[in-house]
Design a protein around this ligand. Structure first.
Ligand SMILES: *Cc1c(COP(=O)(O)O)cnc(C)c1O
Length: 399
């Protein structure tokens, strides 16, 4: 025996609950999850495509090009990171894709890139493998080069790629000086602004053309999503937008919504990360086993003056150099901590610890100091974090 089919069910399943006409105001925009975008007329559908392709804002024929949720995030990032400048922002599925896609978008075979020796390792790998394969050469420069970058610029130099402070080693670059030279020579400047985030730096005031933000870190802020953004001066928007559309790069509405949620509290979180990290850094400076603390907001940092001139503050991430440490001692320092857990990445609410391995990722100025440990100070209390590290240093039994 079989029940007779319900002839209306299938259509009802498709149509039910898709219309809600009453306007209800809420604090946050409704979250859009979408693939197809609908039009009421053929004319409207046909009109939208060329507008989207030409880079017009908020135009979409299909959710790979954007939805109200991703457009809201793009608007917010352009307004915040680009404050005081006419900028646009594109979002991509990770911080690393927000590095690789713009590099592909702005380069062609035969081009030359100048990249800081202190950049995030995977950016370096992308440039020296994939870009090489497409006929783009990358030359690494000393992050202390400043205006001396001029001597390295070739007729085919297309991009100067910066990161300040540098990953793991925290060198501060004279970004305004590099940007002035680049602008005069018609070279694009691109910076990875992960560490400072828009709260602690305004790269467009320094003269930067393209700022890259791993939203995974402080903008998401809760270690629960992956995303990246490229914020660009308006005149550089089209090549990037076209590359993103052609490669089908896009993010889902849920994650975009979570980044919008995270950024509301970015400033208060960042100020807390800053305060805690400085307290921990100052304490580490007094420890006999610690040779040096690499934190640009400490007066002992070699480029502290540049830092004070250019930055609005610091963040929760820094390194310290040990006088010496065996592998076993490093393990004893890092393992079994109550608050500092072992993990790559950073920028969430929690503290992390990881010895830095700079082998192969510094070619201009190889690291010749002692073992380096990077920590991210989360939102735990500074006293607890200091106690935790103190126990780690004791467990390592440094001579
Ligand atoms: C983490 C990080 C990235 C990449 O972000 P993901 O979202 O993890 O891909 C880029 N640059 C720097 C400096 C980073 O620390």
């Amino acid at each position: 025996m079989s029940a007779s089919p319900d002839s209306q069910l299938s259509s009802a399943l498709v149509a039910a609950g898709r219309h809600f006409d009453r306007v209800v105001n809420t604090v946050n925009l409704p979250l859009t999850r979408a693939s197809s975008v609908l039009f009421d007329t053929l004319e409207a559908a046909e009109d939208e495509g060329p507008r989207a392709a030409a880079g017009e804002l908020h135009r979409t024929t299909y959710a790979t090009a954007g939805t109200p949720t991703t457009f809201a995030l793009m608007d917010a990032l352009a307004a915040i990171e680009g404050r005081g400048h006419a900028c646009r922002a594109a979002v991509m599925p990770s911080g690393l894709s927000a590095i690789s896609v713009p590099l592909l978008a702005y380069c062609k075979p035969g081009d030359h890139i100048l990249m800081s020796d202190s950049v995030y390792g995977p950016a370096r790998t992308f440039a020296s493998t994939m870009l090489t394969r497409y006929g783009v050469t990358t030359e690494f420069y000393d992050p202390h080069v400043g205006a001396g970058i001029e001597a390295l610029i070739r007729p085919n130099t297309r991009i100067i790629y910066l990161e300040s402070p540098g990953s793991y080693t925290f060198e501060i670059q004279d970004v305004p000086a590099i940007c002035a030279v680049a602008r005069a020579r018609g070279v694009l400047t691109m910076i990875d602004n992960a560490w400072a985030s828009p709260v602690m730096a305004r790269p467009f005031d320094w003269g930067i053309d393209i700022s890259l933000l791993p939203l995974t870190k402080y903008w998401g802020g809760h270690a629960d999503l992956l995303m990246g953004a490229a914020v660009v001066r308006e005149e550089h928007w089209l090549p990037l937008w076209q590359a993103i559309r052609q490669m089908g790069i896009c993010v889902g509405g849920d994650d975009a919504f979570m980044v919008l949620r995270g950024l509301r509290t970015a400033e208060v979180r960042m100020r807390q990360h800053e305060k805690t990290a400085l307290e921990v850094a100052r304490w580490l400076e007094t420890q006999p086993q610690v040779a040096r603390v690499l934190h640009p907001a400490l007066p002992s940092h070699p480029q502290h003056a540049l830092f004070k001139r250019d930055f609005l503050g610091s963040s929760g991430l820094f390194s310290f150099e040990l006088r010496q440490a065996s592998k076993t001692q490093l393990a004893a320092l890092c393992e079994g901590r109550r608050f500092f857990r072992i993990g790559y990445s950073w920028g969430g609410f929690e503290s992390l610890i990881m010895p830095a391995n700079l082998e192969g990722i510094r070619t201009v100025a190889p690291w010749n100091g002692g073992p380096l440990v990077r920590i991210h100070c989360g939102l735990e209390s500074a006293g607890d974090l200091i106690q935790d590290l103190s126990e780690g240093l004791a467990a390592a039994r440094f001579a």
